[in-house]
Design a protein around this ligand. Structure first.
Ligand SMILES: CC(C)(COP(=O)(O)OP(=O)(O)OC[C@H]1O[C@@H](n2cnc3c(N)ncnc32)[C@H](O)[C@@H]1OP(=O)(O)O)[C@@H](O)C(=O)NCCC(=O)NCCS
Length: 158
């Protein structure tokens, strides 16, 4: 499998719009569609969004967005960082094939190469929530919450 994280230009966005579809009960956990995620990115530039299309063997299968090295001065409790896995979605027809795990591994490697020692994320709880996925790929709940969601941490080593 060849996994690529592509910058979201007009062509990639068009591909993601038609290819990345979630059932409604999952979409609520990620806050909607790729367009909704990009709208959030435009609304919160201070969160330094880093959006990428997920392609496997050349086909669009998902979307990921990080907060990229966020270090507000003075500290801002609304911003989690410096490295935050803000959005992750794998299209319904492509789930369960290890792509989500591969994206987490790829972004962990990218963040580690930038000197990051941990990747944070947060998720809502309820039927069909992604908690099992995050635990399976190595995230550990910190015991804190962010905007009502469970905050979890992936150790990237020193
Ligand atoms: C959560 C999500 C990204 C997982 O992607 P995926 O490609 O299906 O996950 P993978 O196939 O890589 O699964 C990796 C592991 O997590 C497990 N897993 C995946 N989804 C799970 C779930 N909902 N509950 C429990 N375990 C889960 C898999 O069984 C697998 O375990 P294994 O390797 O031991 O067999 C995908 O289901 C999704 O996009 N969901 C909707 C959006 C969302 O909730 N995003 C996260 C919040 S921002």
């Amino acid at each position: 499998m060849e996994l690529e994280l592509r910058e979201v230009d007009d062509l990639v966005l068009e591909q993601l719009r038609t290819a990345v579809l979630l059932p409604p009960e999952q979409a609520e956990y990620v806050g909607g569609s790729v367009d909704d995620a990009l709208h959030e990115a435009a609304t919160y530039p201070e969160a330094k969004p880093w959006p990428r299309g997920v392609f496997v063997d050349g086909f669009p299968v998902g979307f990921v967005m990080l907060s990229w090295d966020v270090r507000p001065d003075p500290p801002d409790p609304a911003l989690v960082g410096p490295w935050f896995l803000w959005k992750l979605m794998i299209s319904r027809d492509h789930q369960g094939r290890g792509y989500g795990r591969a994206v987490v591994a790829a972004v962990a490697e990218i963040v580690h190469a930038q000197g990051g020692t941990e990747l944070l994320t947060s998720y809502g709880e309820g039927p069909g929530d992604p908690s099992g996925f995050y635990v399976s790929v190595g995230f550990v709940p910190t015991g804190e919450r962010h905007e009502g969601e469970v905050l979890a941490r992936l150790d990237l080593g020193g």
